[in-house]
Design a protein around this ligand. Structure first.
Ligand code: ADP
Length: 434
């Protein structure tokens, strides 16, 4: 793309440049030729009249410049010439302008030199005594002008091409950079990329379709595994193949897998609601109350894993917000749930709330296993897990963080994450209060 833009800009510049040269040259040449013709006509008119009245001697004390005058008799014999000895000149009766002047009183013609770099204009006129006076003026042709201008033109062209190339490169790089930086979230932005709206829409549709297909394939796979396990255990129980003392274990397995399935289905429902982008009911509530509720529902799970969970609040007067209760709760719940699941015995999870006039910041920090840098960009993707077996063993669905991300974006909030393997993870979600 950069290359294409670059070559287009460069070729347009070149075409414009060469075309301008050609037009300027043609205009200037046309102008000169007209001027030359007018000057020749003027002088010839005066000289012809004077010679007619005073004879050839009139030319003796007149400076005729580059014009060559010739006097020819009615048969074409050269009588006088200002440039050469008339005796050495051949008969001029066959010259076009002379013939014309003999017949009609006046004749004109133009002849080119062999190299085409020079041309000579002739005007001939019959005088009252029957002789013919002729003037010849030699000029450079457009070919010589082009040859003369070729060198300076080449210099200008080279400079212009270098300049254009530099500018074209900069422009091309900038255009491509801007396109790459387009935010697909504000396509209705009245910015410079309004023209790209249809392309973005098309691309969004394409990406959307691909993501839906991927999601469906992933969901089917995620549902199949626990269902197969449940079916296997149920079949063994049904066939009486399980010893009485092992029955609780099998029943427990069925319950655990069902719980996982239920979690998965609930997460999928949450995500598809967010995907529909339909307006959700907004209400005014205090995030401190939500945090306390989340802490209460996770307290036992945390204790079971020997992880302490606490809530810290600052900026109390700004903790009341107008938002979607369910989404704020899911953000806090999923982040704390992860903090507990990916922790170590004796570790801790802190759910911090900080109220500010415009924003409420939710910070969940844990002293857990942390996340390697290479995974950080991907953990917000649907079904992405750093350690699949650990996630599954702790009832993870791989959807928690994508729900957090979608919910935060739905509420026009921002997410930030920092993590150090072996030390812990801090995730903040900054939500607007209105
Ligand atoms: P899951 O249901 O597997 O927890 P999530 O979307 O919530 O799915 O998280 C995606 C992955 O990110 C997890 O599988 C885990 O590997 C990693 N992860 C999430 N939160 C933390 C955390 N606090 N500490 C370490 N790893 C985390």
């Amino acid at each position: 793309m950069t290359r294409k833009i670059f070559t287009s800009i460069l070729s347009v510049t070149l075409i414009v440049l060469v075309a301008s040269f050609a037009i300027i040259l043609a205009c200037m040449y046309g102008y000169f030729v007209n001027e030359q013709k007018a000057a020749l006509n003027n002088q010839f008119g005066v000289v012809a009249k004077a010679v007619d009245q005073e004879g050839w001697s009139y030319l003796d004390d007149v400076d005729t410049g580059d014009y060559r005058y010739t006097l020819i008799d009615g048969k074409g014999k050269v009588l006088e010439d200002t440039f050469a000895d008339p005796a050495k000149l051949e008969n001029h009766a066959d010259r076009e302008e002379v013939r014309e002047a003999m017949e009609t009183g006046e004749g004109k013609s133009t002849r080119f030199s062999k190299t085409l770099t020079e041309k000579t204009d002739y005007i001939a006129k019959k005088l009252s005594d029957g002789t013919i006076i002729r003037v010849a003026a030699t000029h450079l042709t457009i070919v010589s002008y082009i040859l003369v201008m070729l060198q300076p033109m080449c210099v200008v062209l080279v400079i212009a091409v270098i300049g254009a190339a530099l500018m074209a490169r900069r422009a091309a790089v900038k255009i491509v950079k801007n396109i790459n930086e387009i935010s697909f979230d504000d396509t209705d932005d009245e910015g410079i990329f309004r023209e790209l709206g249809p392309m973005i829409e098309h691309s969004e549709k394409h990406t959307g379709e691909r993501m839906r297909k991927e999601f469906t394939a992933n969901v089917s796979h995620e549902l199949k595994t626990p269902l197969q396990s449940i079916m296997g255990s149920a079949e063994l129980l049904e066939a009486g193949a399980v010893k009485a003392e092992d029955v609780p274990e099998f029943a427990g397995r069925i319950r655990r897998e069902s719980t996982n399935l239920l979690n998965l289905v609930n997460d999928i429902i949450s995500l598809s609601k967010l995907d529909e982008k339909e307006p959700l009911p907004r209400e005014t509530f205090n995030v401190a109350a939500v945090a306390d509720e989340v802490e209460a529902s996770l307290r036992e799970i945390a204790a079971g894993r020997q992880v302490s969970l606490k809530v810290e609040k600052t900026g109390m007067e700004y903790l009341e917000i107008e938002s979607v209760y369910q989404l704020v709760r899911e953000i806090m719940y999923n982040l704390c749930d992860n903090g507990i699941k990916y922790n170590k015995a004796g570790g801790s999870v802190t759910l911090g709330l900080a109220g500010e006039p415009e924003y409420v910041t939710i910070t969940v920090s844990d002293t857990g296993i942390g996340i390697e840098q290479e995974h950080i960009d991907r953990i917000f993707e649907r079904f992405y897990r750093v350690d699949k077996s650990h996630s599954k063993a702790t009832g993870g669905t791989g959807l928690g963080l994508s729900i957090v991300k979608n919910a935060a974006s739905f509420l026009k909030g921002e997410i930030d994450i920092t993590s150090t393997p072996g030390i812990g993870t801090v995730i903040t979600v900054k939500l607007p209060r209105k």
